[in-house]
Ligand binder design. Structure first.
Ligand code: WT7
Length: 659
């Protein structure tokens, strides 16, 4: 493993919080590093007191008896407590007299000079979520039934999630960029009988045919009894009766009164599928109490949110990923800071979309991904320069390590050298931030996600679980439970244990290689499994290989990551053609194969380069030598030991083969 962890990045610039930030952000949640260390120590030594106090701020129907029960790998948080996440997001705000405050600000894809904007207050949310919850009940959804949601970025998506949470029906949101096959796999795995979707979604002036994709998926899913369809684009769609119903017709008839179910802390709140080393995506399970407390508290602390202030928060993620779940919806609403969600794309109608939005909505907190920042850099400084970004107080990044050049550009061109940047490291599995600076508190170093969040006993260890000295690369692990941790992989206990808990006894293994510097700051060096991080999205190389092999022209495929200027990691596919294939291995076939992958998985999985090869390099035991392929894809001369290579000539052939 050590040869995979070879980052030698040296970065010594330290950034302290600016005076203007300290003057404008409002009271600091964590005022200084002394407070950070004091709180951190308590959170590790006495998690029951630390998290117990935070959790008691929420609405519980029955108070919890025990803060945490831990028998690796199983954690239970806020044991014996009953609560409801929707009640804590909405009803609590309304009952405290904040019903007229803005909860969600939504901006549609601009098709006119002035984009369509909708503001939903907590009162609006309470009414719409209650009606939608009643509509789900009318369709037969009961507590414990998993509801699949495949929608564009419209307010009804958030409303649908909260409606599920209200009645204790766990949701499974599928990113709207996924293809019908991805819907089939996920609906089957979740045994979901209902799908909520939209007729279509707007993206760069085009309609993404969401309902059509659901129809295609449903051909293989006779178990789906209901499809509830939001009308967004007005494009014609086929409605299959009695299966399909319009949201606007069904929801409008419902009562606005829907009591919240009192759910157990450890009831399932949602499933979210993510890629792993093997072909099948895994349904990560998050539960009610721990996830609620962890996302709301990390959001409040990492972004220093102040309820009832001028704060307006904008996260550019899609709700179809964990970032959107945790830091557009569930972490935000309990903090009573308006959360801005948008439909469309960052470069439509022009490459200044985000900067125009920041100026229009007076955004104070902006949270995006390094891949987006690299694209902004490429599009040019003139775009942000022509907008008034003076409302910004704080910037954040998430999804992959940020290269220091991108960090510095973000700091200067978006943050006017005065906004702290929080580089937040976390995963679908962790529910919320695990390693991150705290703004106004932690000095930052470009490229480092700095220090562990409260309650996160993070360390860099070897396979025996021994902590490594500074600057030595190793496995990133977490040695104690935290409230937002995953509780399992849906329906696959063995895979849960195998993936996260078997590499180092008793510790959660994140799947990332990392090191700590002399200051104790963490530097993430990249995945150590067959997962690649393309534009901040996690993809299993095996999923892409399976998609390629499902094409009749292909017998074998190996997919590896390669350096990519914008995406961070691009996708390189090495493909062996079937003997029965009589066509030519040319660009037109490359295009066909790339389109096939898009059709099977979605555009995010489309290979950047495809190479044809008569053989793939394998060890004697038949394992594809991915390290070698990575070197070839990156154009590096391989210095790797190749003595186990079955056929040395394969390597030479691959190098020669034209692109
Ligand atoms: C993987 C998790 C968490 C939301 C987005 C991705 C990488 C995430 C950072 C960061 C370095 C990061 C890791 C991690 N990652 N944030 N700030 N610095 N790497 O969620 O799809 O579950 O992917 O993303 O490799 O394991 P995800």
């Amino acid at each position: 493993m050590s040869d995979e962890i070879t980052s030698t990045l040296q970065e010594n610039r330290v950034f302290e919080p600016s005076a203007r930030f300290l003057a404008e952000i409002g009271p600091l949640v964590v005022p200084d590093m002394a407070a950070y260390w004091r709180m951190y120590r308590q959170s590790i030594d006495d998690p029951a007191t630390f998290w117990g106090e935070i959790a008691r701020d929420f609405r519980w129907y029955r108070p919890f008896d025990t803060v945490v029960e831990w028998k690796a790998p199983d954690a239970k948080w806020f044991v014996g407590g009953t609560t409801n996440v929707c009640a804590n997001c909405i009803d609590r705000q309304v009952d405290a007299g904040h019903g007229d405050d803005a909860a969600i600000v939504w901006e549609g894809e601009p098709c006119a000079p002035q984009p369509e904007v909708r503001t939903l207050t907590y009162n609006d949310l309470l009414r719409e979520v209650s009606r939608t919850a009643n509509a789900l009940k009318a369709l037969g959804v009961r507590r414990g039934d998993i509801v699949t949601i495949y929608m564009g970025m419209v307010p009804e998506l958030t409303i649908a999630m909260l409606a599920c949470a209200r009645i204790g029906a766990p949701h499974s949101v599928i990113f709207g960029g996924f293809a019908p096959n991805a819907i089939v796999d996920r609906v089957r795995d979740a045994k979901s009988k209902i799908i909520i979707t939209c007729d279509g979604a707007w993206r760069r002036g085009q309609v993404v045919a969401l309902k059509k994709n659901v129809d295609d998926a449903c051909e293989k899913l006779p178990e789906v009894e209901h499809v509830l369809v939001v009308r967004r684009t007005g494009e014609p769609v086929t409605m299959h009766t009695p299966r399909d119903q319009w949201w606007h017709a069904l929801v409008a008839q419902q009562s606005t009164d829907c009591p919240c179910e009192a759910l157990d802390s450890e009831d399932l709140l949602f499933l979210l599928y993510t890629s792993g080393s093997t072909g099948k995506p895994k349904g990560i399970c998050h539960t009610v109490g721990g996830y609620m407390v962890y996302t709301a508290y990390t959001a409040k602390t990492t972004f220093n949110l102040v309820a009832g202030s001028n704060h307006v928060y904008f996260c550019t993620a899609d709700i179809g990923w964990i970032t959107g779940h945790s830091y557009i919806v569930y972490g935000m609403l309990p903090n009573r800071v308006p959360t801005l969600m948008y439909e469309g794309a960052p470069n439509f109608p022009a490459e200044d979309r985000f900067w125009a939005m920041i100026a229009r909505h007076k955004v104070t907190h902006f949270y995006t991904a390094p891949t987006a920042i690299r694209a902004f850099m490429k599009w040019g400084d003139a775009h942000p320069a022509k907008h008034d970004l003076s409302s910004l107080l704080l910037l954040g990044t998430v999804g992959e390590p940020i290269n220091p050049e991108a960090w510095i550009w973000y700091h200067q061109h978006i943050g006017a050298s005065r906004c702290p940047i929080v580089d937040t490291m976390w995963q679908t599995e962790t529910g919320g931030h695990i390693i991150t600076p705290l703004p106004g508190c932690t000095p930052t170093v470009p490229g480092s996600c700095t220090l562990a969040f409260f309650g996160i006993d993070a360390a860099i260890v070897n396979e025996k679980g021994e902590e490594l000295p500074p600057n030595q690369g190793g496995l990133l692990v977490i040695r104690k439970p935290w409230p937002g941790m995953l509780r399992g992989i849906h329906g696959d206990r063995e895979r849960f244990i195998e993936t996260y808990w078997s590499k180092v006894a008793g510790m959660y293994v994140a799947g990332d290689g990392a090191r700590r510097d002399k200051r104790g700051y963490f530097w993430i060096m990249g995945r150590i499994d067959d997962v690649i991080n393309v534009s901040g999205h996690r993809l299993g190389t095996m999923e892409i290989e399976s998609a390629l092999v499902s094409h009749p022209a292909v017998v074998e495929a190996a997919v590896v990551g390669m350096p990519h200027e914008i995406k961070g990691t691009g996708i390189a596919a090495f493909v062996t053609l079937a003997p029965s294939f009589t066509g030519t291995a040319d660009d037109s076939l490359r295009k066909q194969l790339a389109e096939h992958v898009t059709k099977e998985i979605g555009a995010i999985a489309r290979p950047d380069i495809i190479r044809f090869t008569a053989l793939l390099p394998k060890t004697r035991s038949g394992k594809i030598m991915r390290r070698l392929l990575r070197d070839i894809a990156a154009g590096r001369d391989s210095t790797q030991d190749t003595t186990t290579l079955e056929d040395f000539t394969v390597l030479a052939k691959l190098r020669e083969s034209d692109e």
